[in-house]
Design a protein around this ligand. Structure first.
Ligand SMILES: Cc1cc2nc3c(=O)[nH]c(=O)nc-3n(C[C@H](O)[C@H](O)[C@H](O)COP(=O)(O)O)c2cc1C
Ligand SMILES: [Mn+2]
Length: 487
C-alpha cells in the first residue's frame, strides 16, 4: 500500500489520552521536584534539542501544588506519527505527505459544538482565588523577562465586526497573580481583532488555553487564512465537531476537555513590559516592549492540571520546528497547487530557521519560467510569507528535505549572477535578528528574501551534464549486494 493511502487514526482526544499513547510507545518520562526557576528550562533544552528525546512530565515542582504539572517535548520520536494519527514507520517526509493528503488537500472544516459542561470546569476560581503563580510556569531561558505560562497555548478571540473566532498561539508571560502579558505581532489575527476593539475604546475578551489536545496547539501555531476558525479545522481533521464550553465571563468558547483556561480582558489603556523571551530564531531579538495585559477574571482547570510547554530554542531544530516542518510543508504544497503551480513534486520547510526561513521546492519543469513562478509563490503564500528568507527551487531528482542534497543542487545548478532574484519589503517577524535598529525604531518589520533557481535551465536541460550517481533502483541493488561491507 502506498503511504499516502494510509488512513489516519487519532487515538486520543485530549492531552491525557495523548500521554497514555506516548506511554504505550515508551516515550513518556516523569521528573519529580525540578524547579521552575531553572531546572525545567535546562531539562527542556537538553531533551528538546535531541531529535528522539522523550516527552517529559514535571510534577511536584517546589512551590506549586503537587499534581500541577508541565509537559514538554510532545513532537519527537515515534510519537510524532501517533500524534498526527499515522503508523510509526512513516519518515518525516512521508508523514508530511500523508498530512497533506488526508488533512490539508480536501480540508473539510466542521463547525464545533457547544456543550454545557466538561472536565475543564472541575475547578472554577474567581476573585481572590485567582493566582496564576501557583502553576509550574518555568523560566525557560536564562535571560527571559519572566515566567512564561503560555507557550504550547492558544488564545481564543472574536472579531467584533465579523463575528468569527480565531484560535492562535501567542506566548504569555506572568506579570502577577492575576495578569499576564500577551504579545501579538502585527498582522496576526488576534492583533487585527485587538485593533478593532481598541480603536473604539473597548476591552478585548480572551480565553487563553494553556494545555489541551495537542492538535489545537498545532493548528493555532500555523498560519491559516484570515476568517477561518482553527477549531473548525481540527473538527475537520477529527471528522467530528470539537466540543466546546462557554466561558462564564466573556462567553468565548474553549475545549471542554482543556487542562487550564484563563479568561479575561485586555484593557486598551493598560500596557506593561513584556519580554524579552528566547525566540524561535535563536536570539532575544524582539526584546522587551510595552504590551497589553490579560486581566484574569476566571481560571478554569481540571484536577491535577497540565501546562503544555513548547519553548522555542532556536540555533538548531527544536520541537516547534519539527512539527511545523511537517505541517507547513503540507500547507505550502497545498497553496502552491491552489495558486495553479503544476507538478510540484516535493516541498520542505526546513527545521533550521524554525520552518520559516528556508524552503526547498522540487518541481518537474514543464515550461520556461515554471521554476521562478514556483519560487516567487513559495516566498509569498499565506503559510510561508512570514519570516522567509531563502527559497531554493530544484528539479524533481533532488530530495529537498535532505539538507546536504538541497545544498548540493544549489551550489552546482545555480549561477548566482543570473539565477537569483530578491524581493524587498516583505512581511517578516520582530524575532528576526537582522532587522536594523533603525527599522525597529519606525516599526518597519519587513525583510528581503532571495529566490534561488537551482533547476537545470529549462531551455538546455537536455544538455545539462549528467549526474554521476546511480539511479535510485541501482543504488538500492548496490546496497542489497554490498551493504554488508558497512556493517
Ligand atoms: C510556541 C509558539 C509561540 C508563539 N508566540 C507568538 C507570539 O508571542 N506572538 C505572535 O504573534 N505569534 C506567536 N507565534 C506564532 C503564531 O502562533 C502563528 O503565527 C499563528 O499562525 C498565529 O495565529 P493566527 O494565524 O491565527 O494569527 C508563536 C508560535 C509558537 C508555536
Ligand atoms: Mn487564524
Amino acid at each position: 500500500m502506498n503511504n499516502s493511502q494510509v488512513k489516519p487514526e487519532l487515538r486520543y482526544s485530549d492531552l491525557r489520552e495523548w500521554m497514555r499513547e506516548a506511554e504505550r510507545l515508551g516515550e513518556l518520562r516523569t521528573v519529580l521536584g525540578a524547579s521552575w526557576q531553572e531546572e525545567i528550562g535546562l531539562a527542556a533544552d537538553a531533551v528538546i534539542r535531541a531529535d528522539n528525546g522523550p516527552a517529559v512530565l514535571f510534577d511536584e515542582v517546589p512551590g506549586c501544588p503537587k499534581g500541577f504539572r508541565v509537559l514538554i517535548n510532545i513532537f519527537a520520536g515515534k510519537r510524532r506519527n501517533m500524534t498526527l494519527g499515522f503508523p510509526d514507520h512513516l519518515t518525516k517526509q512521508e508523514l508530511s505527505r500523508a498530512f497533506f493528503e488526508h488533512y490539508v488537500k480536501d480540508e473539510g472544516r466542521l463547525a464545533s459544538k457547544i456543550v454545557d459542561d466538561g472536565p475543564v470546569f472541575e475547578n472554577i476560581l474567581t476573585g481572590e482565588e485567582i493566582d496564576i503563580t501557583k502553576f509550574p510556569a518555568p523560566i525557560w531561558h536564562a535571560h527571559d523577562g519572566g515566567r512564561y505560562i503560555g507557550t504550547g497555548c492558544f488564545s481564543v478571540t472574536m472579531d467584533p465586526d465579523e463575528g468569527w473566532l480565531n484560535v492562535g498561539c501567542y506566548r504569555a508571560m506572568i506579570h502577577d497573580h492575576k495578569s499576564a502579558g500577551l504579545m501579538f505581532v502585527p498582522g496576526k489575527h488576534a492583533y487585527m481583532h485587538r485593533g478593532k476593539y481598541f480603536s473604539r475604546g473597548e476591552k478585548m475578551p480572551i480565553a487563553l488555553v494553556l494545555g489541551s489536545d495537542p492538535m489545537f496547539f498545532f493548528m493555532a501555531g500555523t498560519e491559516h487564512p484570515y476568517g477561518v476558525c482553527e477549531f473548525d479545522i481540527v473538527g475537520g481533521m477529527r471528522g467530528k465537531p470539537v466540543e466546546l464550553v462557554r466561558g462564564k465571563v466573556t462567553g468565548l468558547p474553549f475545549p471542554a476537555n482543556a487542562e487550564i483556561v484563563l479568561e479575561g480582558y485586555l484593557d486598551p489603556k493598560i500596557r506593561k513590559t513584556e519580554g524579552p523571551f528566547g525566540e524561535w530564531t535563536g536570539y532575544y531579538a524582539g526584546g522587551a516592549s510595552p504590551q497589553p495585559v490579560l486581566e484574569i477574571e476566571a481560571i478554569y482547570h481540571r484536577n491535577d492540571p497540565i501546562i503544555l510547554g513548547v519553548p522555542p530554542l532556536g540555533g538548531g531544530p527544536d520541537e516547534a520546528a519539527r512539527y511545523r516542518a511537517v505541517v507547513r510543508s503540507a500547507m505550502l504544497r497545498n497553496e502552491l497547487a491552489r495558486a495553479g503551480v503544476p507538478d510540484v513534486t516535493q516541498v520542505w520547510c526546513h527545521e533550521v530557521g524554525a520552518s520559516r526561513m528556508l524552503h526547498g521546492i522540487a518541481i518537474k519543469q514543464r515550461y520556461p519560467g515554471h521554476a521562478k513562478q514556483a519560487g516567487v509563490l513559495a516566498a509569498t503564500c499565506g503559510s510561508s510569507v512570514y519570516g522567509c528568507k531563502f527559497i531554493i527551487v530544484v528539479d524533481e531528482d533532488v530530495d529537498v528535505s535532505n539538507f546536504e542534497e538541497l545544498m548540493w543542487a544549489m551550489v552546482t545548478r545555480c549561477d548566482p549572477a543570473t539565477s537569483m532574484d530578491i524581493l524587498r519589503r516583505m512581511r517578516t517577524a520582530p524575532a528576526d535578528p537582522r532587522l536594523t535598529p533603525e527599522q525597529r525604531e519606525v516599526k518597519d518589520i519587513t525583510n528581503s528574501r532571495v529566490i534561488i533557481d537551482a533547476t537545470r535551465p529549462y531551455e538546455w536541460m537536455d544538455r545539462f551534464p549528467r549526474v554521476n550517481a546511480p539511479s535510485p533502483e541501482i543504488a538500492r541493488k548496490a546496497r542489497e549486494k554490498f551493504g554488508y561491507l558497512l556493517r
